[in-house]
Design a protein around this ligand. Structure first.
Ligand code: KG4
Ligand code: ZN
Length: 371
């Protein structure tokens, strides 16, 4: 069976055609995966503007779906189902995909499957690598999420922990913004960190030991927290800016005035690289410590990392390294499958269809959908 996947939860309009292979180990094959990114639109504002995002999805969705069918050499009559992201995400954006998918499924007489966005990210690992050895612990880490899931049976995901405040990708984006590096910040910080000393700036790691007030039933000791780290970077940057300004002032007074303004506005590139490297070391360590703690606790036979931040070079390298030291197989998606895309949604949809699950035409988009 071929399914049309549709993903519009944030700032990418994506459509894909994915086919069931009949092979148990590698269940799906991607025939097309078209992604129209809105990054150039949101860059100007330093982050995603929800209203602009939904309007752009409306402009792009028809063309993106047509191209996905075209590239897959697939007509509506070749399809067996339609899968779409129901949530979580920006509700205006989700609604565009959901409304399109419902209309398409109704018009073509196809079954419709509503998919959780994070189930899609987890299934991107299977799409890329084939079925994972189970049980598996998977870290989903993106601009909106930082969560650990236990997968004991294919298609069943149990939430083990999550962030109590910012997502890791959000912390990357905020740190990049306060350093004036541009949007989205993750890839830029990743690149600049390569030239820096990761011990140059002392930054705190947050280890949570108390239960979450919002979810007291969960132990919460594997939860993440990144807002303290982001604030520490902010304090460091402000303190250094003040130091540089004071020095420039003394210097300028001695020389009889001058361009103090210019000198205070820019850190030298080496210092920026040091801040990026130090920040990245703390984030990567926090993510991997909890992932491998969870893997040990649940006796996982494999570990995975999915979502936009799984593209991070240091995270990938240290993940592979720690996995091989523990003789635990590690899985990541390709770079293209790590950020939001519809192929992963189609794969998660096929998984649900195989279990006999479809969705009625009156289901709604849900910005805070739980998995
Ligand atoms: O999964 P995704 O495309 O969208 C969400 O569902 O949020 O993830 C986007 C996030 C952004 O915060 C971006 O800065 C981050 O992933 N990201 C990275 C890297 N590439 C993307 N973070 C760190 N290092 C990277 N190389
Ligand atoms: Zn995502």
């Amino acid at each position: 069976m071929r399914t049309l996947g549709i993903e519009t939860s944030c700032d990418e309009t994506s459509a894909a055609v994915v086919e069931e292979t009949g092979d148990r180990a590698t269940p799906w094959a991607i025939r097309s995966n078209v992604i129209a990114s809105q990054v150039p639109i949101h860059r100007e504002w330093g982050g995603v503007v929800p209203e602009l995002a939904s309007r752009q999805h409306i402009r792009d969705i028809c063309g993106v779906v047509e191209r996905a069918l075209d590239e897959a050499k697939t007509s509506w009559t070749d399809l067996g189902s339609v899968a779409v992201t129901q949530g979580p995400g920006l509700v205006g954006s989700l609604l565009v995909g959901v409304a399109f998918a419902k209309a398409a499924a109704a018009a073509a007489g196809l079954p419709l499957v509503a998919v959780h966005h994070l189930a899609g990210h987890i299934e991107s690992l299977v799409l890329q690598n084939g079925e994972l050895p189970l049980p598996s612990v998977v870290l989903v880490v993106s601009g909106g999420h930082t969560s650990l899931y236990l997968v004991e049976r294919a298609g069943e995901y149990r939430l083990l922990s999550r962030t109590r405040d910012d997502a890791a990708g959000e912390a990357y984006d905020k740190v990049a913004k306060l350093l004036g590096l541009g949007y989205p910040g993750g890839p830029i910080v990743d690149r600049l960190a390569k030239g820096g000393n990761d011990r140059a700036v002392v930054l705190p790691t947050t280890r949570l030991t108390h239960a979450d007030r919002n979810a007291p039933e969960r132990k919460g000791d594997l939860d993440f927290s990144f807002s303290g780290l982001k604030t520490a970077v902010l304090r460091y940057v402000r303190a250094r800016e003040a130091e540089v300004a004071a020095k420039a002032h003394v210097h300028d007074s001695a020389q009889g005035g001058g361009a103090a303004e210019e000198r205070t506005s820019a850190f030298d590139p080496r210092e920026i690289a040091d801040i990026c490297a130090s920040f990245q070391r703390v984030v990567v360590t926090a993510l991997l410590d909890r992932l491998f703690d969870a893997a040990r606790r649940w006796q996982a036979r494999s570990v995975g990392i999915a979502g936009g931040v799984s593209a991070n070079s240091r995270l990938r390298a240290e993940f592979a390294d720690r996995g091989s030291r523990r003789e635990l197989p590690t899985f990541v998606p390709s770079l293209q499958l790590s950020t939001d895309n519809a192929a992963m949604i189609a794969a998660a949809g096929l998984r649900k269809l195989r279990a006999g699950v479809t969705s009625p035409l009156d289901f709604n988009a849900d910005a805070a959908l739980l998995l």
